[in-house]
Design a protein around this ligand. Structure first.
Ligand code: HEM
Length: 797
């Protein structure tokens, strides 16, 4: 029995499974072997059909992104009581499901067969919706063979158990979860209907990370949905309900109190509805003047707070989520899992996929009643994909992109804010940077099926790389990457140096999320993971530790409790440890401490590097340039440049004891830091070091401006007039970087003595002695240079 619809026959012929014909040619006469071969073919045919349907569903979502969450909701409602491709549209709880049903109806009529049912297609649509709203996991359908209600050979029952004709919109009356269920009722509901435990229930409820609620359907008013990125399936749903103490570095160290105290605040709101829809109680957060605030239902809040005994029949809750008192008690059965997912998005997505797969086989024994969908041997479907090599980049560095199967010759890549929906019909958020798939804004090879290249000039912030369909405005993305951060100047200190006890002012810009916070760590903390130092102080962007400035994107925060030392200010991604910074300032010093600074982050070869130093004790110091990755307490090898604090290698006497000053140095291409040393003991140990700076070959010609003249609403049908440069079919316009300046010629910059003196001076010489010591040292440097050159030339010295 080889079930091949005309449609998948066509697909099979077009070349996936080795000719894929429906005619089976047994290799031996054994009936058993033939049956096995038949079964294998049948499975492969099914797998290919599923692959094709998958692609058709993807097209639907690409054309109308709001369908992704609607497919998920449809599958949930269908699978309550067993997935049978039918929902009871006379039940108001199903209001709005006509949209996903109607949009899938074309696919259903083309593909529904005895192997693939409407219920299968609805389940598949939920998987595809989940797959397309995040960039980490594929959501594959494992089984087909669900029976649609009208094919079950029975009658459907209405809410009074009277029988009626079964139809996709008139399935069995089923009890859907009320939005005022208490936590134990929620757990019972999912246990009774799906056999889920508390963990599975909590994971599945993360579905509310995507989609919205509308008064028209449910009476709830949530045009923005449950979190600030309602297109993206992520763990923000949990982050909105569970807090964490930013001063603690270990999730395990979080006290229950922190999970509550540091959670975002929620307030109840009554939504007044007319007609048959009752008024609703929902929870909202965000600025009050903002009409588009995120929402939670009592059942969402109920996963974090036990509302037992607190809700009246309207849904009004007598306790508060956080403040003021009385605070609702903690939902102890689910709190741990809510916390786990809040901290761990990867685990959430993994568990969500697992529980969703379980949900969509509800009502069936998969082993005996369903057919396993073997993965297709050769998929004819190529899915456009874009990814970034790293999730965080320091400011000024290139971001590495990988593109697969972009398809189409007008596809381009845009770097846009991480929270912009790929189907951003408003056109908001113009591109930060852009490129053709071939790797630049001027290249001309549009036939690439995969490519990896760097993209530059991405400012500080949280971004995604989007693969854009074409040049028609408003732009639409066909794929997107994970969120990645770029940052070094999102926050800066007003001064490089403050007096002890003085107020430190930090200016920040480009705060992209209500969860960002600002903190100060020792200067040597690792930017991507600032917890490696211990936190000195912190504040919300609105200025202190208690204010609520949800949507502030720029401003100033002042601290007057920062102790003496060299510090760095960070903008942190969210409150959930391990803390991650999305941007960080240059170092700044408080009090009389050693400090060394350079005036910029990037230089061209041949450009002077301005070095400033503070040496409050007036001890004798020297300043050397070493690779940025050097251990500041164990500096080895030759310096790339060095100087006494006077700015030369020849100054003597008091010039070697300056307490502060500024001078210039020239350094060859590379990534460097300037280190300040107090003695000559090799390997050198620095007392202060600068921020990293990059010396690069002179900058290439600027490229054509990206198509960011965005919201000029173009007629969507018009030809892509805003295509940046007409593409030459022959020679690519070559804004090649001008020939690289030649590398520094071989004579290495001379270095301070790189050989340990046999006995290090126990006390500093007097000024008189120092002169001859300096002379001696400069001679040693010269000799070292000569030796180095001789060694480079192959001599043994
Ligand atoms: C206690 C359980 C649940 C309750 C009370 C509940 C309630 C609701 C309500 C009232 C809406 C708004 C519908 C509208 O106005 O259009 C909604 C939307 C949604 N629900 Fe649930 N839900 C629950 C569980 C689930 C589960 C388990 C899933 C998925 C597996 C899910 C997926 C969704 C999605 C994706 C949306 C957004 C739909 C859209 O954007 O159109 N829900 N839910």
């Amino acid at each position: 029995v080889n079930i091949v619809t005309s449609k998948n026959q066509r697909r099979l012929r077009s070349g996936s499974i080795g000719g894929g014909s429906s005619i089976i040619q047994p290799f031996n006469a054994e009936a058993e072997a033939e049956a096995e071969a038949n079964a294998t073919h049948r499975h492969l045919n099914i797998a290919n059909s599923v692959e094709s349907i998958r692609e058709e569903i993807r097209d639907l979502i690409r054309n109308n992104s709001v369908l992704a969450p609607k497919f998920l909701r449809l599958a949930f409602h269908d699978c309550v009581g067993g997935c049978d491709g039918c929902v009871d549209m006379t039940n108001p709880d199903n209001a709005g499901l006509d949209i996903p049903m109607d949009s899938l109806s074309g696919i259903v009529s083309a593909w529904k067969s005895s192997d693939i049912s409407r219920a299968d297609i609805w389940s598949l649509a939920a998987m595809v919706g989940s797959e397309m709203t995040q960039a980490q996991r594929d959501f594959r359908l494992d089984y087909v063979g669900r029976t649609d209600c009208e094919d079950s050979g029975r009658e459907c029952l209405d809410e009074n158990t009277n029988s009626r004709e079964c139809r996709q919109d008139l399935g069995d009356a089923r009890v859907l979860p009320d939005a005022n269920l208490l936590i134990h009722e929620i757990l019972s509901f999912f246990s009774d209907n799906f056999g889920f435990n508390a963990q599975e229930t909590v994971a599945l409820m993360g579905a509310h990370s995507i989609g919205t609620a509308s008064q028209e359907n449910s009476g709830f008013n949530g045009p923005v949905g449950w979190d600030n990125t309602n297109y993206f399936l992520d763990n923000d749903y949990y982050k909105m309900l569970i807090g964490g103490d930013p001063s603690k570095s270990d999730p395990e160290a979080e006290e229950m109190e922190d999970l509550i105290e540091f959670a975002p605040g929620w307030a109840q709101q009554r939504v007044v509805n007319g007609g048959s829809i009752p008024d609703r109680i929902q929870w909202t957060r965000g600025r009050t003047q903002d009409t588009a605030r995120i929402i939670s239902l009592n059942t969402d809040i109920g996963l974090a707070r036990d509302l037992t005994g607190e809700i009246d029949s309207d849904g009004d809750v007598s306790c508060n989520f956080k403040n003021p008192a009385p605070r609702c008690p903690v939902a102890s059965q689910t709190m741990d899992w809510m916390t786990t997912y809040r901290y761990d998005e990867e685990k959430f997505l993994e568990d969500f996929e697992g529980v969703l797969k379980k949900m969509i086989i509800a009502g069936y024994d998969a082993e005996t009643e369903l057919t396993y969908v073997a993965p297709p041997l050769f998929s004819t479907v190529t899915v456009p994909e874009i990814s970034v090599a790293q999730l965080s980049y320091a400011g000024g560095l290139s971001v590495q992109l990988n593109v697969e199967n972009p398809g189409g010759d007008r596809v381009w890549i845009a770097i846009r804010r991480h929270d912009i929906s790929p189907h951003d019909s408003t056109g908001s958020g113009s591109s930060e940077a852009w490129s053709y798939v071939c790797g630049s804004t001027t290249c001309n090879d549009q036939s690439l099926v995969s490519n990896s290249f760097d993209i530059d000039d991405i400012g500080d912030g949280l971004w995604r790389a989007y693969l854009m369909k074409d040049m028609t405005f408003p732009y639409e993305a066909i794929a997107f990457s994970n969120t990645f951060s770029v940052g070094s100047t999102g926050i800066s200190s007003s001064l490089d140096r403050y007096e002890s006890g003085a107020t430190v002012n930090l200016d920040f810009a480009n705060i992209l999320s209500s969860r960002f916070w600002i903190t100060v760590y020792p200067a040597d903390s690792t930017p991507a993971d600032a917890q490696s130092g211990s936190l000195e102080t912190w504040a919300w962007p609105c200025g202190d530790q208690t204010c609520n400035g949800d949507t502030m994107s720029s401003g100033e925060v002042s601290f007057n409790t920062i102790g003496d030392g060299v510090w760095r200010a960070f903008i942190m991604l969210d409150m959930y440890s391990p803390y991650e910074s999305v941007a960080f300032s240059k170092t700044f010093a408080v009090g009389a401490v050693d400090q060394i600074l350079v005036n910029k982050e990037g230089y061209s070869v041949g450009e002077n590097i301005e070095v400033s130093f503070y040496n409050p004790t007036g001890a004798r110091v020297w300043i050397g340039v070493y690779p940025a990755s050097s251990d500041p307490n164990n500096l080895q090898g030759s310096t790339a440049a060095w100087s006494w604090p006077c700015g030369t290698r020849t100054c003597t006497g008091t010039d070697q004891y300056l307490t502060d000053g500024t001078f210039e140095l020239l350094v060859r291409e590379g990534e460097w830091r300037v280190y300040m040393m107090r003695d000559m003991t090799y390997p050198y140990s620095s007392v202060a070091y600068s921020d990293l700076f990059i010396v690069s070959p002179s900058t290439p010609n600027p490229t054509t401006a990206p198509p960011t003249a965005q919201p000029t609403s173009k007629p969507t049908t018009a030809p892509p007039t805003n295509r940046p440069t007409p593409l030459a079919t022959t020679a690519i316009p070559t804004p090649m970087p001008s020939p690289l300046p030649t590398q520094n010629p071989t004579p290495q910059p001379s270095a301070p003595p790189s050989v340990s003196p046999t006995s290090s001076p126990t006390s500093f010489p007097t000024i008189g002695e120092t002169q001859s010591y300096a002379e001696l040292q400069s001679r040693i440097s010269e000799l070292e240079d000569i030796i180095k050159q001789m060694e480079d030339a192959g001599c043994t010295v």
